[in-house]
Design a protein around this ligand. Structure first.
Ligand code: NAD
Ligand code: TYD
Length: 347
């Protein structure tokens, strides 16, 4: 199979690249990634296999995408802006990449005759789960953050491409991932990387929000099952049934790092913060025979060990800091604004 993976220099995509190369000896992967702040070639440094080729490019760049898709059998689409907090600060890049980029990719894939398109969506499209309830694939979607809304846009577009064009799309909605190579702005690696330095751990609001934590390799095996056994036009929830509050997760990690709970610092809550995510994954279990294999206890320990022995990776991927990223974004916006104002003035 000739596979295109988008966003394969990011957290889940890079783990999926390793998974496919190890599991499917006859597959080739073309990895299309823009290398934004969260994508980094250091993340792929150990991937030496010639069956993997890297192409730098934006999924919204039609020509680049058409070129990258030549001869492709299937696509697993990870590329996205992925951090809720950033989407609250400015959702522009989220709409550009997650909605318009996905539309560009879907169109190019349809015209290239791609036979399978797996869209990696998220449980966040459902919004917050009421106590005692778990979302099924039939549940209504009600995204609460600009990130979740942009993912819902992509998710619905993919669904429409199946309905309208019979383009063979499958949608997956997974819960919160943790594991190696996650950019340290996300909760789990943020706790580890700050705790080792003895820095405070920001806990949003009361810290009692619940997430269902899945190890990234369990997500990858779910995507593999969907890619090979999933049915066109279907949605598959991929959850782990590991519901924990943020405080519980933070305390467990601090214990593993050997640091005290006194590092936990309550800070102002995230606006629109979803209280709970919870998925019913019976469909994936019944149809695909898929289920998570890694317990939270083992997975967290392995993840903490990985971060502790890969501080060089953390140093390298954060070298292009948040500040540099935002400066670039805001400079661009400021200069566009200036042009508009000048033009307006002349009129
Ligand atoms: P990530 O931020 O680590 O990686 C995203 C990757 O996409 C990066 O390599 C980045 O360079 C690339 N990218 C961004 N914009 C691009 C563009 N315009 N063109 C090409 N490449 C671009 O994110 P992640 O956590 O690995 O998430 C991957 C996917 O999985 C996303 O679609 C996300 O919504 C979804 N997802 C994530 C989780 C989670 O817990 N992390 C859970 C469910 C679903
Ligand atoms: P995050 O990793 O950003 O994932 P998501 O928002 O997609 O679930 O956050 C996980 C949870 O941890 C979420 O409830 C927000 C919370 N959180 C904190 O309390 N402090 C932090 O510094 C971060 C980044 C997240």
């Amino acid at each position: 199979m000739k596979l295109v993976v988008t966003g394969g220099a990011g957290f889940i995509g890079s783990n999926f690249v390793r998974h496919v190369l190890a599991r499917h000896p006859r597959y080739t992967i073309r990895n299309l990634d823009k290398l934004t702040y969260s994508g980094n070639l250091h993340t792929l440094q150990d991937v030496k296999d010639r069956r993997h080729t890297f192409v730098r490019g934006d999924i919204g760049d039609r020509r680049r995408v058409q070129e990258a898709l030549k001869g492709t059998d299937a696509i697993v689409h990870f590329a996205a802006e992925s951090h809720v907090d950033r989407s609250i600060l400015d959702s522009t890049a989220f709409i550009k990449t997650n909605v318009l980029g996905t539309q560009c990719l879907l169109d190019a894939a349809r015209h290239a005759g791609v036979k399978r398109f797996v869209l990696v969506s998220t449980d966040e499209v459902y919004g917050s789960a009421p106590t005692g309830e778990k979302f099924t694939e039939e549940s209504l979607i009600a995204p609460n953050s600009p990130y979740a809304a942009s993912k819902a846009g992509a998710d619905l577009l993919a669904r429409a491409y199946f309905r309208t064009y019979r383009f063979p799309v499958i949608i997956t909605r997974c819960t919160n991932n943790y594991g190696p190579y996650q950019y340290p702005e996300k909760f789990v690696p943020l706790i580890i990387s700050r705790a080792v330095k003895g820095e405070s751990i920001p806990v949003y609001g009361d810290g009692l929000q619940i997430r269902d934590w899945i190890h990234v390799m369990d997500h990858c095996s779910g995507l593999d099952a969907v890619l090979h056994q999933g049915r066109d036009g279907e949605i598959y929830n991929l959850g782990a049934g590991n519901e924990w509050t943020n405080l519980e997760i933070a305390r467990r990690i601090l214990q593993l790092v050997g640091k005290s709970d006194s590092l936990l610092t309550y800070v102002q809550d995230r606006p629109g913060h979803d209280r709970r995510y919870a998925l019913n994954s019976d469909k994936a279990e019944k149809e695909l025979g898929w289920g998570p294999q890694i317990t939270l206890e083992d997975g967290l320990k392995q993840t903490v060990d990985w971060y502790l022995s890969n501080d060089e990776w953390i140093r390298r991927v954060t070298a292009r800091t948040y500040r540099a990223y935002y400066r670039q974004q805001y400079d661009q916006r400021a200069s566009t604004m200036k042009k508009v104002l000048t033009r307006g003035g002349k009129k």
